[in-house]
Design a protein around this ligand. Structure first.
Ligand code: FAD
Length: 427
């Protein structure tokens, strides 16, 4: 197909699940390749070699049969390629690393139809004429470790790290609380401070997310709120450190009544979830007043410690009475926890390492977005706003020039193009 596209001067677009929030898998007038049926799984001594059509539910099922663990996102229907190439955060990432950290090797049909196999020891290229070139270059592997999908060619397989199952299994903690802002503003803001202080103490065994959602209401108070938290601890609920850490949270927020459940593997957790259809997600389009997509800010520990995060959110929450009201999702599932692994050989931005949270704000106006971007220089590529100034820096920081150079060498005609991807020239 890539050869056909090349002969007919067509661009190419690729999708696995179609879950990309910014429709990066779609390009009008292009030849569209869908990989959903490529679901091979091969366990080897050097990792697991997977087809590009696999979703996390399928991967966790395969891992449970092999008695191994794999890093993944939260939703069962997300696909392995978009998640891994975009950086990929998830409940196990503070300990196992990001999606990009899992990639040990990749096979790609490049824009010229050549088959590239890139590993940590070099790159092999088989041209359309059958000519084989081998080199010790690791540029392509580095580029796919965070440089995003739709950019380098059609990924036909990934070789991923596999991990031991944690002793004692996976312990899930969930809790929620609700109130209104008239009588309960102090409770909500206190909860915010308690949560932030607690999150700062967590080590690599904890990965989770918390939502703070104030909302306009027609009830007796014009703003109601809810707080939800779900964390996964890699270990047993009887571990003394688990108990002590959970108790720290409850000391600051005694009203929380957490539900605690331990599972032997991630597949057992998948089985507790409702079935989800694997269909392209609704695209959050930009408008005259909205940036589109999901604005993301990678929040450093310093921004939490110096109080600027708390101060900004408290003032935004209070503004709910008179102005716009937003929901805040704190993903503490990247690699900024205490003792998290931080492999430097990846192309994700430095914030994916130094940040404690990937904060998603739902859904701020174009006017309010800059207030949130002031909290952090970087954003997460796969969950971010459609319209975003300085997107090259927010996604890749100092890695962008090298990524662009690799892209221009591999795909000089930009046959693989997507919105705010490496090589895009739009604002
Ligand atoms: C319900 C839901 C939950 C999510 N949860 C998380 C989460 O917990 N953690 C997280 O990090 N992210 C999460 N995301 C974001 C997710 O990581 C991105 O949407 C990601 O792009 C999805 O990848 P995909 O392969 O499933 O989707 P697709 O839309 O199929 O692909 C995503 C991108 O990769 C490209 N691509 C796909 N396959 C190939 C291929 N074979 N070769 C080359 N390029 C390819 C596509 O062109 C597109 O640019 C979630 C998204 C949804 C919809």
């Amino acid at each position: 197909m890539v050869q056909f596209a090349s002969q007919h001067n067509l661009c190419l677009s690729v999708a696995g699940t179609g879950h990309d929030f910014l429709h990066r898998h779609s390009l009008d007038g292009s030849l569209f390749v869908r990989t959903s049926l490529m679901k091979s799984v091969e366990w080897t001594s050097g990792g697991v070699v997977v087809g590009p059509g696999l979703t996390f539910a399928e991967l966790h099922y395969a891992a449970s049969k092999a008695n191994r663990s794999l890093a993944s996102g939260w939703a069962t229907t997300v696909g392995i390629v978009g998640w891994s190439l975009g950086g990929g955060h998830g409940p196990l990432s503070p300990k196992l690393g990001l999606g990009s950290d899992q990639i040990l090797g990749v096979q790609v049909v490049g824009p010229d139809g050549s088959l590239y196999t890139a590993t940590e020891t070099g790159t092999r290229r088989v041209g359309l004429d059958g000519k084989v070139e081998e080199s010790g270059a690791t540029d392509l592997l580095w580029a796919v470790r965070g440089g995003g999908g739709s950019t380098w060619g059609v990924i036909t397989s990934l070789t991923l790290k596999t991990h031991d199952l944690p002793q004692g299994g996976y312990t899930s903690v969930s809790a929620s609380l609700a109130g209104d802002l008239c009588s309960g503003e102090g409770t909500l803001l206190g909860l915010l401070d308690t949560y932030l202080a607690w999150a700062m103490t967590l080590d690599e065994n904890w990965g989770g997310l918390a939502w703070f959602t104030p909302q306009k209401s027609n009830g007796t108070c014009s703003v109601v709120w809810s707080f939800n938290l779900i964390y996964l601890y890699q270990g047993s609920s009887s571990d003394p450190t688990f108990k002590a850490t959970l108790q720290d949270l409850l000391n600051g927020a005694p009203a929380l009544q957490p539900q605690v459940t331990t599972y032997p593997d991630m597949w057992s957790i998948v089985l507790t979830k409702a079935l989800e259809p694997i269909i392209p997600v609704s695209y959050l389009a930009p408008s005259g007043t909205m940036p589109g997509g999901l604005p993301s800010i990678l929040i450093s520990r310093e921004t939490v410690a110096d109080g600027s995060l708390s101060q900004t959110l408290k003032s935004q929450i209070h503004n709910c009475f008179a102005q716009n009201c937003y929901s805040y999702q704190f993903y503490q599932d990247i690699t900024g926890n205490i003792n998290s692994p931080q492999d430097p050989n990846v192309s994700v931005n430095p914030g994916m390492r130094s940040a404690i949270f990937h904060l998603v704000v739902i859904l701020p106006t174009l006017q309010d977005v800059p207030t949130f971007y002031k909290l952090g220089e970087y954003s997460y590529f796969s969950e971010s706003a459609f319209s975003m100034d300085s997107w090259q820096n927010r996604y890749w920081g100092p890695n962008y020039p090298r990524l662009l150079q690799i892209k221009q060498t591999m795909d000089p005609q930009n046959k693989f193009w997507c919105h705010h991807c490496v090589g895009d020239t739009s604002l």
